[in-house]
Design a protein around this ligand. Structure first.
Ligand code: FMN
Length: 267
């Protein structure tokens, strides 16, 4: 599936993590559209997404009324990685974010959940193979009325809505010298979601390329790989570039670098 960059670009700035859902089933057309994007957006061999329409709430853990606790959603998407593949984390981030952005386009609420869920329960309902693991899930549904205020109140865990300034994230080519596609790519990347809003990505910018790396901050309590967060930022970079008319390709790199996006052609 080609990246539908103009609708996904709009979704990049609209999307917010929602953890409180209305107890209302998702309508059939929307479920069908979600099933389609899960089946068709498969840019990597090692990562896939599966829609589950009747997921028990016990899949989610977390602090009641606080960070991580998802309530009310009956549908979810499981993000499943083949653990034998060395690129599984960045592949999962990239693939899963496509599914999340398409849900946003469809008017559905989502929240990446990589820490506060039971991988065993999720694996059982999503029917994973022995070499696979559920790396994260997202609830799919409609926000509960008034939930956006509660979501804001949770922001003491990671200041959910704030993003680091560009100057903390980018090295290389100075701001004045950056072509329009790089500005657009970096703006979309900066808005990407990450576990605990840690924004671990760093971008090294050259005239025809952007290298994504993970920062060196150590936090032993975090179970989610920074490479997964960086995979999310990779998709955002590509969406931003395509939006300003530039097509490129990815080369995966060794840790702490993650990948290089190189310009291939004007769209
Ligand atoms: C890989 C990943 C894992 C996440 N895991 C959790 C989680 O376990 N529980 C939770 O409540 N939020 C989780 N989040 C949501 C982040 O806290 C949220 O994306 C971040 O605070 C930015 O807020 P925003 O998504 O509203 O822009 C996760 C996000 C990502 C990208």
């Amino acid at each position: 599936m080609e990246i539908p960059f103009s609708t996904w670009h709009d979704a990049v700035s609209k999307r917010r993590s929602i953890r409180q859902y209305a107890q209302k089933p998702v309508v059939a057309d929307q479920l069908e559209a979600m099933r389609r994007v899960c089946d068709e957006f498969r840019p990597f061999q090692s990562a896939r997404a599966v829609l589950v329409t009747d997921a028990p709430e016990e899949v989610y853990r977390g602090i009641p009324g606080g960070y991580g606790k998802v309530k009310g959603a009956t549908a979810l998407v499981a993000f499943i990685g083949n653990m034998q593949s060395p690129d599984v984390q960045e592949a999962m981030g990239y693939t899963g974010e496509g599914v999340i952005l398409e849900a946003t386009v469809l008017g559905l609420a989502t929240c990446w959940v990589g820490g506060f869920f039971s991988p065993k329960r999720a694996a059982a309902i999503a029917k994973v193979a022995p070499n696979e693991r559920v790396l994260a899930v997202t609830p799919i549904g409609y926000p509960r009325e008034g939930s956006s205020l509660e979501e804001r109140a949770m922001s003491r865990f990671g200041r959910n809505w704030q993003r680091r300034p560009m100057s903390e994230l980018v090295t290389g080519l100075g701001e004045k010298d950056r072509p329009a596609w790089i500005k657009s790519a970096l703006e979309d990347a900066r808005l990407a979601p990450s576990a605990m809003n840690r924004q671990p990505w760093r971008f090294q910018v050259d005239i025809g390329s952007i290298i994504v790396s993970a920062d060196s901050v150590v936090n032993p309590t975090m179970v989610v790989s920074k490479r997964l967060d960086c995979g999310i930022a990779m998709l955002h970079i590509e969406i931003g570039a395509l939006t300003s008319g530039v097509r490129g390709s990815w080369e995966l790199l060794k840790s702490p670098q993650v990948a290089r996006f190189k310009v291939a052609a004007e769209v």
